[in-house]
Every structure is written in C-alpha cells, then in structure tokens.
Write a protein that binds this ligand. Structure first.
Ligand code: PLP
Length: 387
C-alpha cells in the first residue's frame, strides 16, 4: 500500500472503512467488523444513528452551519441550557475537542484564582496515569513521559500526585493551588477507576485550600459509566467539568461547564473559539444528550455493562492472558500478561475492533446502544482473540 500523504503520528490498522451501521463497520473488501472502540468513545449511539442523521438534516434545512460567536444562534444556547439544567453547572463554554475543553478549564481556573485571590494561586495538581490531551496546557497536566518529553518545556507550576498515595493530595493541594484536574475514571492511562473515596477527599481538600476541582469527563461523561456523569458515583460535584468525545455523536465538539463563581470571573475577551458551539454541532449534540439522558437509555447501559463485566470476569477466571479486569458501565479494561497490540491485532483478524489503553491494557468500549446480540457476538470474538 502506498503511504498516504499524512503526517506519521498515527499507526492505523490496515482496513479501509467505507461504511458503518450501528456497532458495525464495513471495509472496502466488504468485510464487516464489530466496533468495540466506538471511535475512542465518540460514537456513543453507534454508526449511522438515525438520531444524528435527523439532527444533521434538520440543522441543514435551516441553512445555519456556522456564524461564529460574534452572533447568537439558538442551538448553542439551547444546548447550554440543557447542560446546565442536567448538571451542577451554571454556564458553558463550547470548543471543538477534549484538549480544548481542558485548555479552557485550566485557563478559567487561573482566571478565577486571580480574580478571587490575587497573584500567587496558579498551581495545577493532576494525577499520575491521567490523560487530558495533547495541546500544551492539557499535555502539561498529562502524566505520560513519552508524550511530554519531545515537547518540553511545558507549562510550569503543574504538580502530579499518585492516586494510590493516601497523603499525597493533602501535601500537594495548598493555598497556591488554583485547581485539581482529575478523570473520575482514568481511561487512556489503563482504565483505572479512582480508589474509592478519593474524589470526595479531593473535593474536601480543595474546599479547605480554596482550590477548584475540575472533572475531566471527556471520555467517561455522558452515560459511558452507566450514569449521566461519572462523578455522580462518588456523590460530589466539581466546579468545572469538561466534555467532548461523545458530546456531538461523532462531530467535533468540546464543552467546559462551570459553576456560577467561576463564570463570574470570566469577562468578554478572556477566551474564545472561532468554531466553538456552532449551530450544526450544537443541534446534533442536543439530540445526543437528550437521547443518552433518558433514564431507560441509561438503564440499558448499566444492563449491558453488567453483562460485559460478567463475561470479562469469566474470561479472567480461565487460564489465559487476562490478569485483571477493571471498569464501569460500557468502559472496561483488560490488563494482559502481554502487549495489548498482540490481542488487538488478533481481534482484528476475528472481525472485532479494539483499542489499547497503555502498553498492556485493552479497552472494551462498544456503542452505548449496542444490540444485545451484537454485544454477545463481540464478546465471543474477544474470547476467541484471547484464546
Ligand atoms: C481523549 C481525551 C482527551 C483529549 O480529547 P481530544 O478530543 O483528543 O483532544 C482529554 N481527556 C480525556 C479524559 C480523554 O479521554
């Protein structure tokens, strides 16, 4: 195969996909694959979802794809209204990706800290094995030496703590901390749920130190764990939450949700995005959000998730490469005794698409509305790939 004229930062699998439907993708030779990656958590409603198709055609009918934030359009305002009425938040900033949503979160945190406290409160605390994106600010809060080293120096005043070290948070979060950024379930870093109680403890320590708590729910928010927001499981609310991957069902969109005190610190000109919150993506995102937030839909995610957990536990119990199974809802990780790539390659031969989460973890992340029969078939194929 000729090398495509693309910068070599990816190592895509061989199939060239030409069509999709539900949990299935079809390559140019007509071979069909079950998609347990959901485009890295983006295609929450699967491929060719009628919800998304209808929202796109509805938006196109009125002819508004983009106007910029110089002007008002109603879909973005309706989406912001929906997001604030279904979360802790009081206001929303829209962007185009997870990294951008986190850039905004980090900037807003420092902006708020400066308004609230003057100079000196600029620190950002992040967790080991976390992932927040590839742009400079997001990368600075990402604990992945291989992603960071080629691009140093990064943003100063970012401090990492080990989520398993019970005292680290109290030592690191001080009166010079603007914010703590955390994924309620670490996805890219190996599908690692936070230790029980850690999120609540971070909330308490942030309150005592006068710092903000940022939940990065770019991957685990909007139903992936079986709850609308992953932080619900710990019964705490952040001050800022970032969303992206599934938000517009496959169209690029990021959102930074903030509480009233953070919103109050933001002034015209403080931040911006040319594309953010455009009428087409916002209309699609509103349809996706309404679909996922339906209690029956979320119940379906939990039911499917319980089935995945049971079957993965059985795979682990058998002799084979699976060392540990972790996760929640429809995001599970299998830690292996060998490189993840060996199993993802083998799965591809079995007609199953999987992605890794670090060197020795594979991720099981089907669409949230996957047909139960497809779910079983994909798990059968996974079993075959592990054999
Ligand atoms: C994917 C991801 C990001 C980055 O999102 P992009 O859209 O790739 O910039 C940030 N945080 C988390 C938790 C993610 O999973």
């Amino acid at each position: 195969m000729a090398r495509p004229a693309l910068v070599g930062v990816y190592r895509p699998a061989a199939p060239l996909f030409v069509a999709g439907s539900g949990a299935w993708l079809t390559d140019e030779a007509g071979r069909r694959y079950l998609d347990f990656t959901s485009g890295i958590g983006v295609n929450a409603l699967g491929h060719a979802s009628p919800v998304i198709r209808d929202a796109i055609s509805g938006a196109l009918e009125c002819g508004l794809v983009h106007t910029s934030n110089l002007f008002r359009t109603s879909p973005g305002e309706a989406l912001a209204e929906w997001l604030t009425s279904h979360s802790f938040a009081d206001a929303v900033f829209f962007s185009n990706s997870g990294a951008e949503a986190n850039e905004a979160a980090l900037k807003f945190a420092r902006r708020w800290a400066r308004a609230a406290d003057g100079e000196g409160r600029t620190g950002i605390v992040a967790l080991r094995s976390g992932f927040h994106g590839r742009t400079y600010g997001a990368l600075s809060a990402t604990d992945r030496p291989a992603y960071r080293a080629p691009f140093a120096p990064l943003l100063p005043d970012v401090h990492f703590i080990d989520p398993l070290d019970g005292d680290a948070a109290r030592r690191a979060i001080t009166r010079s901390t603007a914010a703590v950024i955390v994924e309620p379930l670490q996805a890219e870093g190996g599908v690692r749920p936070l230790p029980a109680g850690l999120l609540a403890r971070l909330r308490q320590i942030c309150d005592e130190a006068g710092a903000l708590l940022i939940c990065d729910e770019v991957q685990v928010g909007l139903g992936r764990t079986g709850a609308l927001w992953a932080h619900e499981a710990e019964g705490v609310s952040p001050d800022i939450m970032t969303l992206a991957k599934p938000l517009a069902g496959g169209l690029p969109m990021g959102a930074t949700l903030v509480s009233a005190r953070v919103a109050a610190a933001l002034q015209p000109g403080d931040h911006g995005s040319t594309f953010g919150g455009g009428p087409l993506v916002a209309a699609v995102a509103l349809a996706v959000c309404r679909t996922i937030a339906d209690p029956t839909f979320l119940e379906g995610v939990r039911r499917r998730g319980a089935r995945v957990a049971a079957r993965l536990a059985a795979m682990r119990a058998r002799p084979g490469p699976v060392r540990e199974v972790r996760g929640a809802g429809l995001l599970h990780g299998l830690e292996l005794d060998r490189p993840a790539a060996e199993v993802t390659t083998r799965a591809l031969e079995c007609g199953l698409l999987l992605c890794g989460a670090g060197p020795d973890v594979i991720r099981v992340m089907p669409p949230l509305n996957i047909e139960p029969g497809d779910l079983e078939l994909g798990l059968d194929r996974l079993e075959e790939a592990l054999a």
